[in-house]
Design a protein around this ligand. Structure first.
Ligand code: PGA
Length: 255
């Protein structure tokens, strides 16, 4: 791990927990992580739990983000939430391009680029997710798939804008399946992502870019993943819904 990059452990709660449950998970995290290691910690509650999570985590170093946003700042877009609204609610970041949204909500590369622009305009950090399906891995097109998702979503940004972006590599076949990528499989793709950043911008941007791994990360497998030179943290789904297991990941990840 690393070369001056501060690790980041992020918990994606997905569509789990009502606002009061989100508040109690946030309070449990607050006490479990009273003495956190040198690592950035973020949680991504469902929209309706953002307020209660922000309140419960006030005064801690744990920051809160949104799981999605609409590209526009406001207007006639029924059912949507803008980056500006997330920011005003106390969010510091937002997820863009999660495979569940690419698949179930049919989000295109073009839409994701617009969402990235909207998030940056609102002053939010972007956690941009990418990753191949198991068919794509079997067809040996992982690198091409990931690079094309990155080009579509982030390719038009300036180097200064990339400072607000974190990339999360999440192989679709590893999400929620218990089938974690091996540290070597993940490292190979992370190295590709870093060299893509060097080619698209410059070597300084590439060196500074934080690249998280996501997909069945648990306290028992995080250490091997974090030991890889191009892996700077984890985006955690299932194991972030329990304060003890999330704390276990943060503490190993921060070593
Ligand atoms: P998982 O989800 O940890 O439950 O596999 C990861 C994610 O979707 O971000």
């Amino acid at each position: 791990m690393m070369s001056g990059r501060r690790p980041l452990i992020a918990g994606n709660w997905k569509m789990n927990g009502k606002p009061l449950e989100g508040a109690s998970l946030a309070r449990e995290l607050r006490s479990a992580l009273q003495d956190p290691p040198a690592v950035d910690i973020m949680v991504f509650p469902p929209f309706l739990s953002i307020n209660t999570a922000v309140e419960a985590l006030k005064g801690t170093d744990i920051t809160v983000g949104g799981q999605d946003l609409h590209p526009e700042a406001g207007g006639a877009f029924t059912g949507n939430v803008s980056g500006e609204m997330l920011k005003a609610a106390g969010c510091k970041a937002v997820l863009v391009g999660h495979s569940e949204r690419r698949t179930y909500e049919k989000e295109s590369g073009e839409l994701l680029a617009a969402k990235v622009a909207g998030a940056l305009r609102a002053g939010l950090q972007v956690i941009f997710c990418c990753g191949e399906t198991s068919d794509e891995r079997d067809a040996a097109v992982t690198q091409q798939v990931v690079v094309s998702q990155l080009n579509d979503g982030l390719g038009d940004l300036r180097a200064t804008e990339m400072e607000q972006v974190v990339v999360a590599y999440e192989p679709v076949w590893a999400i929620g399946t218990g089938r974690v990528a091996s540290p070597e499989q993940a490292q190979e793709v992370h190295a590709t992502i870093r060299s893509w950043a060097a080619k698209t911008w410059d070597s300084g941007s590439a060196r500074a870019l934080r690249i998280l791994y996501g997909g069945s990360v648990k306290p028992t497998n995080v250490a091997g993943i974090m030991a890889q030179p191009d892996i700077d943290g984890a985006l955690v789904g299932g194991a972030s819904l329990n304060a003890d297991s999330f704390q276990g990941i943060v503490c190993y990840g921060g070593r």
